[in-house]
Write a protein that binds this ligand. Structure first.
Ligand SMILES: Cc1cc2nc3c(=O)[nH]c(=O)nc-3n(C[C@H](O)[C@H](O)[C@H](O)COP(=O)(O)OP(=O)(O)OC[C@H]3O[C@@H](n4cnc5c(N)ncnc54)[C@H](O)[C@@H]3O)c2cc1C
Ligand code: FES
Length: 266
């Protein structure tokens, strides 16, 4: 898939704690610069104004509004790069390379009785919203299962509620069911046809273990540390059954059966 590099204008910034939602608009009307974006794909954001951040930072695409030539990014401040990205103001520009990576696979079977579970934690929920939008567009009603430490750690649940069924877990019990995502009763209620997950690696491994034990196909989106984002520096390598691959080009989405150390998790 062809990659683009363009300046995007920040239309709106919404902040909550250490996370912010950036609504970014691509000005002009060149349709080629706004390609079809797969859920799970990401952008590499150029970080200006700091000598420490000459490498771009990978951020998932949270939503796409093609008519408005708009995308959303959900950014959690971790270090210098994300601090600068999250600190942009409305009207400023960010330079993006996009769309990168492979993306989640979408169902080929049109049976609308199929049930899809999308499990996220932290800013790992970001690519799952776009995936939910695509599943909804295909006529399915996705189930989102999102986990956090406490109710105030969820950024904004409304877009998920508008897209599918939303189930929550919190470690302190302040929202949804108390415990981890793997403790939620929805896992016992439905026989899912497919599970997608993105978030902290221990959470994804626990979900992968559940999926393997039930024989449910499962895709995970890995957030390996990246530098170039285009398969040139080899810093994001992951061991698969087919050998070592770059997560930035062969991923970030993998079927768990492809990942060498994930296959025996059940
Ligand atoms: C494909 C992909 C999609 C991503 N999507 C999002 C997203 O939608 N929203 C979002 O907020 N973040 C996302 N990330 C993570 C984000 O890229 C990192 O948090 C960011 O690069 C950190 O840069 P920094 O300069 O703020 O921190 P740095 O100063 O580079 O690092 C600070 C600390 O965080 C650690 N760290 C850096 N990157 C990662 C990482 N990827 N995973 C775990 N630890 C890391 C470093 O080792 C260091 O200890 C994604 C990462 C990948 C690979
Ligand atoms: S980030 Fe350079 S090869 Fe993946």
């Amino acid at each position: 898939m062809k990659k683009y590099i363009s300046d995007w204008t920040v239309r709106e910034v919404i902040r909550k704690g250490d996370v912010c939602l950036l609504r970014m608009v691509l000005e002009g009307d060149d349709p080629e610069l706004f390609p079809d974006i797969m859920p799970g794909q990401f952008v590499q954001v150029k970080v200006e104004k700091s000598p420490l951040t000459y490498l771009r930072r990978p951020i998932s695409i949270h939503f796409v509004n093609s008519e408005e030539r708009e995308i959303g990014l959900l950014v959690q401040v971790i270090g210098e790069g994300t601090k600068i990205i999250a600190g942009v103001a409305t009207g400023e520009k960010l330079n993006l390379i996009y769309p990168l990576g492979n993306g989640f696979s979408l169902p080929v079977n049109e049976d609308k009785r199929q049930r899809f579970l999308l499990v996220g934690g932290g800013v790992g929920v970001a690519p799952l919203l776009l995936l939910g939008h695509r599943l909804k567009r295909l006529g399915f009603t996705p189930d989102f299962l999102l986990g956090a430490f406490s109710a105030d750690k969820f950024f904004d649940n409304k877009p998920f509620e508008e897209t599918g069924n939303l189930y929550l877990t919190t470690e302190d019990g302040s929202a949804g069911e108390k415990g981890y995502v793997t403790d939620h009763t929805v896992l016992e209620t439905w026989n899912y046809d497919f599970i997608y997950t993105c978030g902290p690696r221990p959470m994804m491994k626990a979900i992968a273990g559940y999926a393997l034990s039930k024989g449910i196909p499962c895709e995970v989106s890995l957030e390996n540390t990246m530098a170039c984002g285009i398969g040139a520096c080899l810093c994001c390598v992951e061991k698969t059954v087919g050998g070592n691959v770059c997560v930035c080009t062969a991923g970030p989405v993998f079927n768990i059966l492809e990942l060498q150390s994930w296959r025996g998790l059940k």
